[in-house]
Every structure is written in C-alpha cells, then in structure tokens.
Design a binder for this molecule. Structure first.
Ligand SMILES: Cc1cc2nc3c(=O)[nH]c(=O)nc-3n(C[C@H](O)[C@H](O)[C@H](O)COP(=O)(O)O)c2cc1C
Length: 251
C-alpha cells in the first residue's frame, strides 16, 4: 500500500509526527507540501488506493486557514484519509473538525483522526523534546490499529461547529542585526509575507507560524519577547500537564 502525506508543517514537528505514522503504515511514502506557495494544488494526483495522511498544526484551536484553502484545492478522489492534528500541549479544540470538513469537501474519505503533541513552536519550553520515544510508541500502535480495523467505516472526529473563533496573533518576526540578507526567510515563507529586499514581514499576510525564525541559519529573526512571555504565562496552566496522543476511529 502506498502512503501519501499531505502536510503543513512550518517548523517541522507536524512533519515529524506524520512521518512516524507513515513509516508504520508503509515504506512507499510520497508527500505534498502544503507550505509551498508555488505548488499547483489542483494538479496534484491522489490515487484512489493511496492511504493519505493529512497533517496540520493547531493554531488557536483551529486549522491554519492557508493549509485548509490549499487542501480544498486537491482532488481527494475518494481516497482514504487519516487526519492528524499536532498541537503544543495546550489544546486543539476544533482543529480536527475543521480538517475533517475540508478533507471531505476535497473528496477524501476520513477513516481515522489522530491528535498528537509536539514542541510549541512559539513557546518551545512547552512540550519540549516532543514527539519523544513514548509518543513514537503510541503513534506506532495507532498505525497498527488503523491497519487492522475495517477501513470502510467513517471515523467519529471530535470538535464543534461553528468552530471556535480565533483572533490573529500579533507576533510578526523581524530581522535583527545578525541578518546577512541571505533571503532564505523570504524564500521559505509559506504565505510569501517577507519582502525580499528589506526582509520585513507584511503583518497583514504573516500567519506567525515561526518558520522564518526556525529556518534562519544566522538566528537573525525574532518576535517581541514581552508578547511571547505574556502568551507563555497565559497558557502556563493548560500546558503544565503532559497530554498524550489520541486516536479516533469509527463509532
Ligand atoms: C500561530 C500559532 C498558534 C498556535 N496555537 C496553538 C494552540 O492553540 N494550542 C496548542 O496546543 N498549540 C498551539 N500552537 C503550537 C503548535 O500547534 C505546535 O507547536 C505544532 O507542533 C507546530 O507545528 P509545526 O512544527 O509543524 O510548525 C500554536 C503555534 C502557532 C505558531
């Protein structure tokens, strides 16, 4: 069986989780990168017999809107899909429900849902080091469970409709004095928000995904540290107890 990963992973942890699940399902794995703004998503081919893994991080308890828009352009061709939401140990609220609706719209058949925890991309002290060995073991068991279940049944996915309201996070990364103008940040931005001349991000386009900070080889991009401290304090309690991955299968 072939596995197709369809992944939005600005700082790599969602990709890591999707890869752990994928390698426990098949050794024939290909990928569609939802972070690539240059990709023509309408032209991506999904074979009906492919098992797809659709993975996104949770942003404010919702799915990233750009990832949802790109997913909806892909023709799912009635292929089976496992939807995977990765979050920073606070909560994922309606992320999986929103992914389920978009994946159905695109023509996928949802056979399972998974939530998993990974390092918080804005406040890395939360869920630091995750996914870890325990997560790997749990995710491998989930993959085994999915393979042994009747895959013609539709999964029961948690979440509310209408979805939780979100507000834009006012964290827009800026270049600092270490910037050598290599322009990697402008090239890898999933929403093309960074000016290729002055490397400032357009606050209207920026989705605060932290990819430019994560991928900068010079450590030359940063966000307002006071705002990050305030955000860390606000979610401290919710993030303090370790949460485990969950699997949602048919009713
Ligand atoms: C804009 C933004 C909003 C986030 N909101 C949440 C959230 O509501 N709950 C949570 O637990 N983690 C949240 N996180 C953390 C990410 O879901 C988590 O770190 C995820 O692993 C990032 O995926 P990536 O490494 O593939 O980019 C947020 C991260 C960002 C950048």
């Amino acid at each position: 069986m072939k596995v197709k990963k369809i992944v939005f992973s600005p700082t790599g942890r969602t990709e890591e989780v999707a890869s752990i699940i994928a390698k426990n399902l098949s050794d024939d794995i290909t990928k569609i990168d939802l972070c690539n703004p240059k990709l023509n998503f309408k032209n991506q081919t999904i074979i009906q017999d492919d098992l797809t893994i659709i993975a996104m991080p949770s942003y404010g308890g919702r799915a990233p809107q750009v990832a949802i828009e790109r997913l909806k352009q892909i023709n799912g061709n009635n292929a089976k899909a496992i939807i995977v939401c990765v979050y920073g140990n606070r909560a994922y609220e309606d992320t999986l429900a929103e992914m389920e609706d978009a994946a159905k719209d695109a023509g996928f058949k949802i056979i399972a849902g998974i939530s998993a925890v990974a390092r918080h991309s804005i406040i890395p002290k939360y869920a630091s080091g995750r996914p870890d060995a325990k997560d790997e073991k749990i995710l491998a068991e989930f993959a085994k469970d999915i393979l042994t279940k009747n895959q013609d049944k539709i999964a029961k996915i948690p979440g509310n409709r209408p979805y939780k309201k979100t507000s834009k996070i006012p964290l827009v990364p800026k270049p600092n004095e270490k910037c050598i103008k290599c322009s990697i940040c402008a090239k890898i931005c999933p929403v093309e928000a960074i000016d290729p001349v002055n490397f400032k991000a357009d606050p209207k386009k920026c989705i605060s995904c932290m990819r430019c900070i994560d991928k900068c080889p010079e450590n030359a991009r940063e966000v307002n540290k006071i705002l990050v401290k305030a955000a860390a304090l606000a979610i401290k309690k919710a993030c303090s107890i370790r949460k485990e991955a969950e699997l949602f299968l048919q009713e």
